[in-house]
Design a protein around this ligand. Structure first.
Ligand code: SDX
Length: 430
């Protein structure tokens, strides 16, 4: 990483040498850790647009080329040739598994999908109309009250157990949040089903009749899980890393990540995007919405468009657009009006200089909602599915940080613009 190059910063008669590191891929970085000690100044970067918060070996995004690599493997190849639990293994352990390793890992996850039965009472404490993300935040955080034997982060074995428990139990928690919201009984996981099929069955089966998993939906579900698995230091992953830097237990850290993902600028965009497509309704209303998104005096944004890092097509959106066509065709709803609106909206936006000049392209959230709705999910379940998928990314980054000998508690500084010191004034003198 260090290649004996440095940047020289000169100001106020000071000259500070700052090391430059070259990554495997992406921009060089300037190590500013000694800047305050030697220069008495902070850097200033709200939103961290030019700041690397850590070094990592898990995921790399080339925003200009629209490339996404997980441990070096391109996302389009993984989406086509791999499947979610194999990608989980890759993200967690760094290499694609052998046949035996994959079989053992899948068996381990499969046999940890049930929840402590006492946890089922948690769901009943919520109102029926609670947003499933509110339930996810609550129940995942509460896991630290049930699984005490995997909360000690100093014990590698407990870290491993917590990782498997979270990956295995998130589909059950998300499915039960959905069942609770529609007043149907919880469906227990089955060990003879694969990960995606199990989730679909827990969501859509009822005790009154058998449920056959549609292999088309199961493959589409697994692909959606894979495409959302990890994405460098996005807002929710950074939240998990910051929470973990204080030594908080894994369940509390993942609950913090779920809370951050919920925002409409982040993982909540898939729900917001589908609601936007429904509001547009027909292609003839698209110009009205594009005009609003371009209007400087209107903070309206096209949901599912734009990205902090991608200044080209989000490769996940490209795969999802193809998947949307396939799934809707196979389900016999290829003339889905929302898909027509989405495709026309994408076409008109990308032909508009405002979007092309600002390099605003459809992101992962633009097409995912159309597929999820066609599969029978309500919009309120879109972000929980994103959270379920991203759990392995959060956990992989959490483990990587805990293994980092340089780990320090995250504690940013600030540019203080408030009042200078002043004396208290008694109320009768104000
Ligand atoms: C995810 O970080 C990740 O990796 C996230 C994610 C992951 O996998 O973890 O990829 C998942 O969160 C995808 C993004 C989902 N969010 C949305 O689709 C919401 C709509 N998009 C925007 O809110 C926005 O594009 C962000 C939040 C995604 C990115 O915002 P940035 O990087 O802070 O960019 P910005 O707000 O500074 O915008 C730059 C310019 C601005 O115009 P100017 O002030 O320069 O004139 O582009 C404009 C913005 O107004 N702009 C948009 C727009 N997004 C940006 N204008 C209209 N519609 C949009 N969607």
């Amino acid at each position: 990483m260090a290649d004996n190059r440095s940047a020289t910063l000169r100001f106020d008669n000071k000259e500070i040498e700052l090391p430059i590191y070259s990554p495997t891929a992406g921009p060089d970085v300037i190590d500013i850790r000694k800047l305050y000690g030697q220069g008495g100044v902070f850097t200033y970067d709200p939103g961290f647009t030019s700041t690397a918060s850590c070094d990592s070996t898990i995921t790399f995004i080339d925003g200009d080329k629209g490339e996404l690599l997980h441990r070096g493997y391109p996302i389009d190849q993984l989406a086509e040739k791999s499947h979610y639990l194999e990608v989980c293994y890759l993200l967690l352990y760094g290499e694609l598994p052998t046949g035996k390793q994959l079989e053992d890992f899948e068996s381990l996850v499969t046999n940890h999908t049930m929840l402590h039965d006492q946890m089922s009472y948690f769901f009943r404490g919520f109102r029926r109309d609670a947003h499933p993300m509110a339930i996810l935040v609550g129940v995942v955080g509460a896991m630290s009250a049930f699984y005490h034997d995997s909360t000690d982060i100093s014990d590698p074995q407990q870290r491993e157990v917590a990782s498997i428990r979270l990956i295995a139990k998130m589909p059950t928690i998300a499915a039960w949040a959905y069942k609770f919201s529609i007043g149907q009984p919880f469906i227990y996981p089955r060990n003879d089903l694969d990960y995606a099929s199990n989730f679909l069955r827990m969501c859509f089966a009822v005790p009154a009749q058998d449920y056959e998993v549609n292999p088309i939906l199961s493959r589409a579900m697994d692909r959606i899980f894979t495409l959302h698995a990890d994405h460098e230091q996005n807002a929710s992953t950074s939240t998990v890393r910051l929470a973990s830097s204080s030594g908080a237990n894994p369940f509390a850290c993942i609950a913090a990540g779920i809370a951050c993902l919920w925002g409409p600028a982040h993982g909540g965009a898939n729900q917001a995007c589908l609601e936007m497509l429904k509001e547009i309704g027909t292609p003839d209303r698209i110009p009205e919405f594009i005009a609003r998104a371009k209007d400087k005096d209107d903070n309206y944004r096209l949901m599912g468009f734009g990205h902090r890092v991608y200044k080209n097509h989000d490769p996940r959106a490209t795969v999802l657009k193809q998947s949307a066509d396939e799934v809707l065709n196979l389900l016999g709803v290829e003339d889905n009006p929302l898909l027509q609106v989405a495709k026309e909206l994408e076409k008109q936006a990308l032909e508009d200089p405002y979007f092309s000049e600002k390099k605003l392209f459809p992101n992962v959230d633009f097409y995912s909602g159309i597929i999820l709705e066609a599969m029978g999910f309500p919009t309120s379940m879109f972000t929980p599915i994103f959270a379920l998928s991203r759990t392995v990314g959060w956990i992989s980054q959490w483990k990587e940080q805990l293994d980092d000998p340089q780990l320090k508690i995250g504690r940013p500084r600030q540019l203080y613009q408030g009042a200078a010191m002043r004396d208290y004034v008694d109320v009768e003198k104000r």
